[in-house]
Design a binder for this molecule. Structure first.
Ligand SMILES: *Cc1c(COP(=O)(O)O)cnc(C)c1O
Length: 464
């Protein structure tokens, strides 16, 4: 029988962590196990009786070694990957501390940490420091949801009591994240009232088409309340023109949200400022340090131009909870959750240790890796590229191999974790350079791995 002993389990943690890191350093992102085999290969069964310490550790080791290695040099699958050790350190401490971020009474200095990050980011993006507010929602989807609720309540403060009375409509680029549709459904606005605006060939929202659609809806007695712009679209990694869209939003008095979940970390870089020009004109902005800055999942930050909207939409008077005086230190007043995990400390430990300069270096390094990949592709006639503007996504095909199948086989054969995407009529492999620990050499190695695999299997792989 094993006891509840934190000191001994921390030793177990170190031991397992070392084994895991050794495994992660190998030349493949993990050993593929099909869903059908998983029950036979890995014992996840729960039983009535305890197991001894030795068997417990053995079972745990097997499970962690079999789990996909998202910090492997060969993991390019999703819009996150890699880790910064200082962020990991902060998150491990957050687990140990186990505060809830609802009130000052339970979180103490952790509240000041969250507020410091929000204030610093607010000033970087040019929100007025006397009004700005923010919170750490559970992720980008939730950040987008909260921004939509604030937009709805700004338009009609009674909506939260009486429900939506008007025919509300909201707008996003056709390439916007799928959470926009879900959030329309959750908010009572309805999926059919999302207007997906066509994009240009770079995947950016067509601003003329946006304005036309708004005009049309107004003429139909609809009420446009919210425009979602994306900085870093999920597939192409393209940037909507915030400045131009802001002019339209101002003209029609519409809430402008900037979804920077993927590439919003460019706020830290001077070099790439132009990609987010006009961000200071938005009503809200979110970005995910868990995507591009090596913070463990999840870490998403929502900034609001005027904090009164956060209070209007999310403060629920609960006196039993808020027993200390200064409301601005009771973060539960502006959050969706009641008990809320501390997702701020990991970003603070990262920022504190490497400075804003270090954050800037991380994101600029990732752009450089994307550039390296693009140059490699352009110099090699076996490749075709599908996006040309600065972006952390590099969309390409190799020869005429069918991309979906190629990605699946690379994964099943333990070579590489990478995924495919679609834009307009094209389907392609999407490389995302979001792991700032990767080097240029790692990117070349990725191409070599892909090419060798395709050549060795050219007789069985499908062609387009
Ligand atoms: C990933 C992503 C989201 C969702 O963020 P989660 O933290 O995964 O919920 C939203 N918008 C864009 C553009 C994204 O790339």
């Amino acid at each position: 029988m094993q006891g509840n002993n934190i000191n001994s389990d921390l030793k177990t943690f170190i031991k397992l962590a070392k084994e895991f890191l050794k495994e992660e350093g190998k030349d493949f992102p993990g050993e593929y196990i099909s869903p059908k085999e998983i029950g036979d290969k890995i014992d996840v069964s729960l039983n009535d009786t305890p197991i001894n310490r030795h068997e417990f550790e053995r079972a745990l080791k097997k499970i962690i070694i079999a789990t996909p290695k998202t910090s492997s040099k060969l993991f390019f699958n999703q819009l996150f990957g890699g880790r910064h050790s200082k962020a990991v350190l902060g998150d491990l401490l957050a687990v140990l501390l186990n505060n809830s971020m609802a009130t000052y009474k339970i979180a103490g200095p952790q509240v000041a940490i969250e507020k410091e990050i929000i204030n610093k980011i607010g000033s970087i993006i040019g929100y007025n420091k006397n009004f700005l507010g923010g919170t750490f929602p559970t992720g980008g989807s939730m950040s987008n949801f909260m921004s939509l609720i604030m937009a709805r309540d700004q338009y009609d403060i009674e909506a939260k009591n009486l429900g939506n009375k008007k025919n509300l409509t909201i707008y996003a680029c056709e390439n916007a994240h799928y959470s926009i549709g879900k959030n329309a459904s959750f908010s009572g606005i309805g999926r059919n009232n999302v207007r997906y605006i066509k994009s240009n060939k770079h995947g950016e929202m067509n601003v003329g088409a946006l304005e036309n659609k708004i005009e049309k809806d107004i003429n139909l007695n609809k009420t446009p309340i919210y425009v979602n712009t994306t900085v870093g679209t999920t597939v192409l990694g393209s940037f909507d023109d915030i400045e131009k869209i802001a002019i339209v939003c101002k003209k029609y008095n519409i809430w402008l949200h900037v979804d920077g979940s993927y590439c919003g970390s460019v706020i830290f870089s001077k070099k790439y400022q132009d990609l987010i020009k006009g961000i200071n004109l938005s009503n809200s902005f979110c970005f995910n340090p868990h995507k591009t800055l090596g913070a463990p999942l999840s870490c998403s930050i929502l900034l609001v131009q005027n904090k009164k909207h956060l209070y209007n939409s999310f403060s629920n008077e609960a006196d039993y909870l808020y027993q200390t005086s200064d409301d601005s230190y009771n973060l539960g007043k502006v959050s969706f959750e009641c008990g809320r995990r501390n997702n701020a400390l990991k970003f603070w430990t990262l920022w504190k240790s490497i400075g804003k300069k270090g954050l800037s270096k991380m994101i600029e390094h990732e752009f450089m890796l994307a550039e390296t990949a693009k140059n490699y592709i352009k110099a090699n006639s076996n490749y075709q590229i599908y996006n040309s503007k600065p972006s952390l996504s590099v969309c390409f095909n190799y020869k005429n191999f069918e991309p979906e199948e190629l990605c699946r086989k690379l994964y099943e054969k333990n070579k590489l974790m990478i995924s495919y995407g679609r834009f307009k009529k094209n389907k392609f492999i999407r490389l995302v350079t979001v792991n700032s620990s990767n080097t240029e050499e790692d990117i070349y190695q990725m191409f070599k791995t892909l090419e060798n695999f395709a050549e060795q299997n050219k007789n069985v792989l499908r062609r387009t």
